[in-house]
Design a protein around this ligand. Structure first.
Ligand SMILES: C[S@@+](CC[C@H](N)C(=O)[O-])C[C@H]1O[C@@H](n2cnc3c(N)ncnc32)[C@H](O)[C@@H]1O
Length: 588
C-alpha cells in the first residue's frame, strides 16, 4: 500500500506544535504520483448537476457567478479556487467505499491524532488530481479551549464551517458521528447515545471563538441536491442596533414571566448589572437584579441604596455557593420546591435578612434558657469568628430586642423546626436566595488577581491552584448549580495573556462542558463612545434553548492601547471590518 499523505502535507505547519485547522494556513495539495489505493468509483456526476452545485469549480461558470458561500465559511480557496474536470459521488480508499457526506478520519502529521472531517465534495482537478473537500470537525482541544479539552466529553466534537481541499488518499477510515439534540443533557438525563465514535450538538465558528447551536443544519445525504449548512446569525458574533430594534418589544422568559431575574456576582456597586438591565430594556426585556453578592460592605451598601429591591448579600462568593446549596436542601426538606411563590413581599424583616456581615454577637450565658422568637437571616460561613464554618441563622430571642440577636449554627436549632420552616417558607416565597433555575441571568467578573503583572509570585504552571484565581472556579460552580439561561462574564485581558490564556480557555471550556453555547471576545468601551481605551474580555453563555447573544457592532473607531493577544484579536478585527461595511452601507 502506498504511504498515506497527511492532510497537513498540504500545509507547511508540520513543525508547528499546534493543530492548525485554519485553512488559510494550508496550501493546496501538491501534485504527486497517483495513489493506486485511492480512486473514484462509478460515473462522474452529470456535468450540469455538478456545475449547478459547485459553479466555482468550473471555469465558464466562474466568470458568470461568484462562489456561493456563507459569510462564515472559511476556506483556503478564497483567493485561488481549484478547478474541476468532474465531480464524483463515491470513492474507494484502501478498499473502503466512501460516499459523499460520509464522515472520515483524515491523516494528520505523525504522532498526532487523525483529523475528523465530513467529505462534502469529491472531484478530479483539471490537473487530474483526485481530491476531496473536507468540512472539519473540531475536538475540544483543537478549539480555543485547547489545554482544557479534558473538561469536555471525549466523544463530543464540534462541526465547523472550515473547509479545504485535500488529496483523496489522506482519507484513513470511516468514523461514525451522531448528531445529537443539544437540549438533551447526557449527564443529567442519563440518556444513552446510539453506537457512535463521536457525537456533535454544536457548531464551532473559528474566527469568532463561538460555540453555538446547529441552526437549520441538514445532514446531507448523497442524494441531496441543494441543502447546505446554513449560517446561524448568532454565530458571526455581532449585531447592529437595527437588528436589535427589529426584535419584539416585549419578551417573556420561557417560564412565562415578563420579568427576567439577574444575579450579579462580585457586584461591586452594581455597574455591570445596571448596564445589563439598561441594555436588556432596549431589547424589550425587563431584567431585574434580584440578587447581588460582594465581599465589600461599602459596595453592598451603595448597591442597596440604588437598588432597594435587590437582595444584596455581603459575603464571599464561596460562602454564597455553600449557602445556596444548603438553602436548596432546606427548601426540599420543607417540601417547598415547586410550590407557588408570590411576587408580593411576604412579611419578613427585609433589612435584617440582608445584613449578613460578621458582627459581635451578644454573649449569652450558657446557664440561661432562651426561647427563639423568630429567625431573621441565614448565612454560610463563620459569623461568630470561631473557626467553625457552616450554616448559621440569625436569631431574635423571645423577650429581647435586636441588640441581643445572635448567629446560631443550624445544629443548635434542631428544636425549632416550626420557626425554621416559617423562615424558609417566607424566604422561598420571596426568593430570598436563588434556587436552581431561578436566576435567568448570571453576570459578573470573578477577580483573577493571580494573573496581574504586578503579582511577582504568579503561578504560571498551574494558575488555577493559585488561591488568587480561585474565584473563577467558584463562579463556574455557581453557574453549574443554578443553571441560568444566560451568563455574561467580564474580565481583564490578562486572563487571555497569562500562561497562554489558561484561565480564559478554562472559562469557556467550563461553559461548553456545562452544555452552554459560548462566545469569547474582547471589547473596548471606547468603541461605543465612552472615553476608555482599555480592552476587556467578555464571555457569553446561553443554554441551548436560548439564542446566544451577539456583541454589538462598534459605533466609534478606537485606537486600542496595550498588547492584545493575537489569537483572540481576530474578533476585534472582524468587528472592525463589519463596522466599516456597516458605515458604508448606512452612512455613506
Ligand atoms: C472589579 S470589581 C467588580 C466590579 C463590578 N462588576 C461593577 O460592575 O462595578 C470586583 C469585586 O469583587 C469583589 N470580590 C473580591 N473577592 C470576592 C469574593 N471572594 N467574594 C465576593 N466578592 C468578591 C470585590 O469586593 C469587588 O467589589
Amino acid at each position: 500500500m502506498a504511504k498515506k499523505r497527511s492532510a497537513s502535507d498540504a500545509t507547511d505547519d508540520a513543525q508547528n506544535d499546534t493543530v492548525s485547522l485554519l485553512p488559510s494556513q494550508r496550501k493546496k495539495p501538491k501534485h504527486s504520483a497517483p495513489n493506486p489505493d485511492a480512486c473514484f468509483v462509478g460515473k462522474p456526476i452529470p456535468s450540469a448537476e455538478a456545475r449547478a452545485k459547485w459553479p466555482h469549480r468550473y471555469p465558464s461558470e466562474v466568470k458568470k457567478k461568484a462562489p456561493a458561500r456563507s459569510s462564515e465559511e472559511v476556506t483556503s480557496e478564497n483567493s485561488e479556487v481549484m478547478l474541476a474536470r468532474c465531480h464524483y459521488r463515491q470513492a474507494k480508499v484502501d478498499g473502503v467505499v466512501y460516499n459523499l457526506y460520509d464522515d472520515a478520519y483524515v491523516k494528520a502529521e505523525d504522532g498526532k491524532p487523525d483529523y475528523i472531517a465530513r467529505i462534502v465534495e469529491m472531484f478530479e482537478t483539471v490537473d487530474k488530481e483526485q481530491c476531496f473537500m473536507a468540512q472539519w470537525f473540531y475536538r475540544a482541544e483543537d478549539t480555543v479551549i485547547k489545554n482544557h479539552g479534558d473538561l469536555v466529553d471525549k466523544k463530543r466534537v464540534f462541526i465547523s464551517d472550515v473547509k479545504d481541499v485535500n488529496p483523496l488518499d489522506c482519507i484513513v477510515s470511516k468514523v461514525k458521528i451522531f448528531k445529537k439534540n443539544p437540549s438533551v443533557d447526557l449527564a443529567s438525563k442519563k440518556a444513552k447515545l446510539p453506537f457512535c465514535d463521536y457525537y456533535y450538538d454544536m457548531k464551532y465558528t473559528v474566527p469568532y471563538l463561538t460555540f453555538s447551536n446547529l441552526v437549520n443544519e441538514t445532514v446531507k445525504t448523497e442524494s441531496d441536491a441543494s441543502s447546505t449548512i446554513s449560517s446561524e446569525s448568532g454565530s458571526i458574533g455581532c449585531v447592529n442596533n437595527a437588528n436589535l430594534a427589529k426584535r419584539k418589544t416585549t419578551q417573556n422568559n420561557s417560564s412565562g414571566s415578563s420579568q427576567w431575574t439577574l444575579l450579579d456576582l462580585y457586584s461591586g456597586c452594581g455597574a455591570m448589572s445596571t448596564g445589563l438591565c439598561l441594555g436588556a430594556s432596549l431589547a424589550g426585556i425587563k431584567l431585574v437584579t434580584m440578587w447581588a453578592v460582594d465581599i465589600n460592605a461599602h459596595a453592598c451598601k451603595s448597591l442597596k441604596l440604588n437598588h432597594p429591591e435587590t437582595h444584596v448579600r455581603n459575603e464571599p462568593a464561596e460562602d454564597f455557593l455553600n449557602l445556596i446549596k444548603a438553602w436548596a436542601k432546606l427548601c426540599e426538606e420543607f417540601a417547598l420546591l415547586g410550590s407557588e411563590r408570590s411576587d408580593s413581599d411576604p412579611d419578613m424583616d427585609e433589612d435584617e435578612n440582608e445584613a449578613v456581615q460578621k458582627e459581635e454577637s451578644g454573649n449569652q450565658s450558657d446557664l440561661e434558657e432562651f426561647e427563639v422568637e423568630k429567625l431573621l437571616a441565614v448565612c454560610y460561613g463563620d459569623p461568630n469568628g470561631v473557626k467553625k464554618p457552616g450554616l448559621y441563622f440569625k436569631v431574635r430571642w423571645l423577650g429581647y430586642d435586636s441588640s441581643y440577636d445572635t448567629w446560631e449554627p443550624i445544629d443548635g436549632l434542631s428544636d425549632c423546626k416550626e420557626v425554621m420552616k416559617d423562615f424558609v417558607t417566607k424566604g422561598y416565597k420571596k426568593r430570598l436566595l436563588p434556587l436552581p433555575g431561578d436566576a435567568n441571568f448570571i453576570c459578573g467578573g470573578p477577580p483573577c488577581q493571580g494573573v496581574s503583572g504586578f503579582n511577582r509570585f504568579r503561578n504560571a504552571e498551574a494558575p488555577l491552584e493559585d488561591t488568587k484565581n480561585k474565584q473563577l472556579l467558584v463562579y463556574m460552580d455557581i453557574i453549574d448549580f443554578l443553571k441560568p439561561k444566560y451568563v455574561l462574564m467580564e474580565n481583564v485581558v490578562d486572563i487571555l495573556k497569562f500562561s497562554g490564556g489558561y484561565l480564559g480557555r478554562y472559562a469557556i471550556g467550563r461553559l461548553v462542558a456545562m452544555n452552554y453555547q459560548a462566545r469569547m471576545g474582547m471589547m473596548a468601551a471606547g468603541s461605543y463612545g465612552l472615553p476608555q481605551f482599555r480592552m476587556r474580555v467578555f464571555l457569553w453563555g446561553a443554554r441551548p434553548t436560548e439564542q446566544l447573544p451577539p456583541y454589538p457592532l462598534p459605533t466609534h473607531e478606537v485606537v486600542s492601547r496595550g498588547f492584545v493577544p493575537t489569537e483572540f484579536e481576530v474578533r476585534t478585527n472582524r468587528l472592525r471590518q463589519y463596522f466599516s461595511i456597516f458605515l458604508k452601507k448606512h452612512c455613506l
